[in-house]
Structure formats: C-alpha cells, structure tokens
Write a protein that binds this ligand. Sequence first.
Ligand SMILES: [Zn+2]
Length: 303
Amino acid sequence: MKKKKKTIHRKLLVSKKETFRHVYFLLAIVIFGFLVVQFINKYSAQKNNSTIFTFDEYSRGGGIFNRRLWKILKKTGDSNLVPVVFSGSRKTKKIALTFDADMTYSMRQNIISRVSKGAYDRRITYILQKTNTQATLFLTGLWIENYPEDAKILAKNPLFELANHSYSHPAFYGYCYGLSQIAKDGARKEIRLTQKLLKSVAGVEGIFFRFPGGCYSQKDVNVAESEGLVVVAWDVVGGDGFNYNAESIKRNVIDKTTNGSIIVLHMNGAPNAPRTADTLFEIIEQLKNKGFEFVKLSELLEF
Ligand SMILES: [Zn+2]
C-alpha cells in the first residue's frame, strides 16, 4: 500500500515537471512572437516614414535640402531616402504660395461642350502681379494644351515659376477624392508628357512635381525622382476646391501658415475653385502684414 502511494506521487512529480517544460516552451514562443512583431512594426514604421522629410530634418547634421543634396541622394540610389517636401525651413519667414492648374479629361470635355466656362481664373495671376507676389504654378499637361499662350506668358513673368502637376490629373495611388484611376504603369508617362509640354510650349525646364490630390506610393515618388524631379506637397491646405465659402478659405490659409509654409490653392476658377480669387488679395495682404515673405519654391528650398 505504501509502495503504491509512492509510485503515484512519483508519477505526479514527473507530470508536473513535464507541465513546467510545456509552460517554458509556450513562454519562449510567446516572447519570440512578441519580438518578431516588434521588429516588423519598427521596420515598417521606418519604411512609412521614409517619404516624410521636412527641410529642417534635412538640415540636421549640416546638410541642407537643396539641389546639391538632391544630387547626393540620387547618387546613393537609396529609395528610402527619396523625399517628399512638405515645407521650407521653419527658421525664416519665407513662405511659398502655390497654385495648381488641374485639368482632367472630363474637365476638358466640359469646356469643349461649354458646360463649364474654362479652367483658368485670370484674376488670380492679375492679383499676384498687382501685389507683386511671387508664386509657383503647378500645371497639368492638359491645362498647358488648353492654354498654351497663357502658359508662355506665365513662364516669361519673373514672379512665377512653373512646375509639373501630371498630364491628366489622375489618382496615382488609391482612392483620391474621386479622381479617375491612373492607367497601369502610367505614372512615368503622366510625368514625362507634362515635362515635355513645359519645355516645348513654355520653354521651361521644370524641377518640381506635385501628385494630384497628394495621393502617391513610395514607388510613384521613386518614378518622379528618377525623372529628375523633386516631389513637393504642402503643409497648408486652402481647401478652395468646390468651396463657395471664401471666409473659410481665408481662415484656412491665414491661421495655419507658419515659417516655411507651402500653401496649396487652385487657379482653376469656377466650378473647381470658385472663390479663390475673391479671397486672394486679403490672404496676401494679411500674411504680408504678419511679416511673411512670398518666394518661389526654388528660393524656399534653395534650389
Ligand atoms: Zn491638383
């Protein structure tokens, strides 16, 4: 009887030991899994952040974001270093007013069939000239084809700098404000066509590119970079697209502009940007009163 009890006790001890072994094993798996997840998170976070650089981040360590640095980045061939510029330096009161001249195939169709009056509100460039305000104009290829004489005139005006805003203003990546999806492998074509039009129509060698709606993947950024262009976004959204509330456009811009800001507005006029011209004079006046200096992108980014 006593012996039997002892064997049972021993058996229990063995199974307890085994249970511990199982627990240790499970624990090891959990810890390993945790470490793997941490690693993946860190790696993907680095990847996601890779497109977001600001001027001052580039300025760290003595380098500055300018044409020279751009060349170095291109030489390294490290796609993780290809940046999208959101602002200029926060250390000076320089800011850049930028206007997009959107044109999609359906906008062109609406102009041809006289559903809409056009896609260029000339009051905008008139106000810029009257107030002696520098600006950078991101033109789509379709817009240049529709307004070749205007593109030439704008190119000759030292107040303005022309840049590339794709050919037909499609969504380069994902859902993008209802814009039609870009053709498969169409990114390079969209960028190249407009680059050629800037040169052949306006005589300009553009250096900046902006994605329609600001929708892009790292792959798209790399394509633009390989075409020799610097991708520029914005940090102040005027919100003038299809917005009839001039006061809200004014507040969006004036309240959010800070040192080095890149402001995005549109030069299309109604129906795409119906109130931009109505609010532009006040925006310029108030920002100048706050001590800001309007410069072209190439000056803001020291190109
Ligand atoms: Zn646009």
